[in-house]
Write a protein that binds this ligand. Structure first.
Ligand code: MN
Length: 495
């Protein structure tokens, strides 16, 4: 993860005289200083010289394009800045754009206000001129309205920064597939060429035995050291299995964790896809190993699901270093609880749920898989945190991608599930299971999701907008009739 910066560009013009422009620059500096000191922004804001000419605007946007550390530009018109000056710069700009519609003073200075003050503090006026040209040019941007010192504005800016990093980082994601998508499955398929055009993802394919060579080459000492670490960190739930045999099964996953990570690092991949039906010389389906790699920040998709793998990676980058983060993982809709008043969906996978979402103790179990023909894999088992979260499904509709975002409320299940040997979560989709599940199915949402407690539906729709794809949100406001109409209108809008 890079140490990204965001450029703060204040617009004005040269009609106001030096004294006014000096104040504009002074105010901008104060705002940037306060934003950086607020603790509400995950990345630093860097003040640029006030932009008063077409040439300087064009040069600044191109410099931003060419600076790898710049993840986006925040614009604000302190005074009036004739917007035709902005056309060429905006046209050439290729990074996330935010329009911070703010004003230096919070309150009208009733006793002293005169026309000089009005002319100096007219973002209500200048930001409309600027916003008009951005809209006319059809350029995607985030608009945040309010006083810059307010916590709500700062938090919105902070969460947009994370979305912007998702947009920038998306084009660096490289997904490594070991095995193709599972035969006959529709929803994990998709157009990899279009995904690279839209999202920038590089999606490659290797024979699983290329990976086996890496796993087999891991020295025994390294494996034993990692197994010791597992035994220190996790609760061993051997359920009467022979302790030595249990440890040998765990060691297979430790060897995989080291071998897979080395393969990913050597070949510069950030996300990985496996398939339980294509394991080549692997002794076990990667379970614990994949869970640990996801926790380290790698993306993952099961059964060849490269869309989920890339989304999980991207969402892990968007949430990197959040204080008190609750976790991000691949998930799968598995089983319902349909008891009236307790409706929800039990989430899990065969093995691969990221322990970043775990609540409380994490255990290791070794159990048979009901599918495939390998030895019993070791896996981490846990239940997940409570609270609101987003579950996202990116689907390929043949002519375009659609991102489906459901706001869900994670809960504890009523009773323990001692015989279920996987990491789980349990949630009720908003607005409720009946409407939420119906809307999800109408939108064509998959059973695999990229899930996070640490992102909002707004951040995900902003990301989709920046990528130029359709997104739909299922939340507390969703009703089926309106939702069906929205899907119909989108059909026309995204043709
Ligand atoms: Mn699956």
């Amino acid at each position: 993860m890079k140490d990204y910066k965001f450029w703060f560009c204040t617009g004005s013009q040269d009609l106001y005289g030096d004294e006014c422009l000096r104040k504009v620059a002074e105010h901008s500096a104060k705002i940037v200083e306060a934003l950086n000191a607020s603790g509400n922004l995950p990345f630093e804001v860097v003040l640029m010289p006030t932009l008063i000419s077409q040439a300087s605007i064009r040069k600044t946007f191109n410099d931003a394009n060419n600076d790898d550390a710049c993840a986006g530009v925040i614009t604000w018109m302190h005074t009036f800045s004739p917007a035709k000056m902005w056309i060429l710069g905006l046209k050439e700009f290729r990074k996330p754009l935010c329009h911070l519609h703010t004003q230096f003073n919070e309150e009208i200075p009733y006793a002293t206000i005169d026309m000089d003050f009005m002319n100096e503090n007219q973002s209500a006026h200048g930001d409309r001129e600027y916003g008009h040209i951005v809209s006319r040019m059809g350029i995607e941007r985030k608009i945040i309205v309010g006083h810059w010192a307010g916590e709500s504005v700062q938090r919105q800016l902070g969460s947009w920064m994370r979305t912007a990093v998702g947009v920038i980082e998306s084009s660096h994601i490289r997904v490594c597939r070991f095995g193709d998508n599972m035969n006959n499955v529709a929803v994990t398929e998709g157009d990899k060429v279009e995904a690279q055009i839209k999202f920038g993802w590089e999606i490659d394919h290797y024979c699983v035995n290329d990976l086996v060579d890496y796993v087999d080459a891991v020295p025994e000492g390294a494996v034993n050291a990692l197994v010791d670490e597992y035994y220190d960190k996790y609760k061993i739930i051997d359920e009467g299995r022979d302790p030595e045999e249990f440890r040998k099964h765990v060691a297979v996953q430790a060897q995989q964790e080291i071998g897979i990570e080395k393969f990913l690092v050597d070949n510069n991949y950030h996300a990985i896809v496996t398939h339980f039906g294509m394991l080549g010389g692997l002794k076990q389906l990667p379970g614990l190993s994949i869970q640990r790699l996801m926790e380290k920040g790698y993306g993952f998709g099961a059964e060849g699901d490269w869309k989920v793998a890339a989304m999980v990676r991207m969402m892990k980058l968007m949430t990197a270093d959040i204080k008190g983060a609750k976790g991000t993982s691949m998930m799968e809709d598995y089983t319902y609880n349909l008891v009236p008043g307790e409706e929800g969906i039990l989430q899990a996978h065969m093995l691969e749920v990221c322990p970043s979402v775990a609540d409380g103790d994490i255990g290791i179990k070794v159990c048979p898989l009901s599918m495939g023909n390998r030895e019993d894999p070791a896996r981490l088992v846990f239940t997940s945190k409570t609270g609101p979260a987003v579950a996202c499904s990116l689907v390929d509709l043949g002519t375009r991608f659609r991102l489906i975002i459901n706001v869900v409320d994670c809960k504890k299940v009523k009773e323990p599930m001692p015989k279920l040997p996987v990491g789980t979560a349990f949630w009720t989709p908003r607005p409720n299971l009946e409407v939420g599940a119906a809307a999800w199915i109408l939108a064509g949402g998959a059973h695999h999701t990229a899930f996070s407690y640490d992102l909002t539906a707004g951040q995900m729709t902003d990301w989709a907008d920046a990528m130029g794809i359709e997104s739909v949100v299922i939340d507390e406001k969703t009703d089926i009739r309106t939702f069906k109409n929205e899907l119909k209108w989108n059909e026309a809008a995204y043709k």
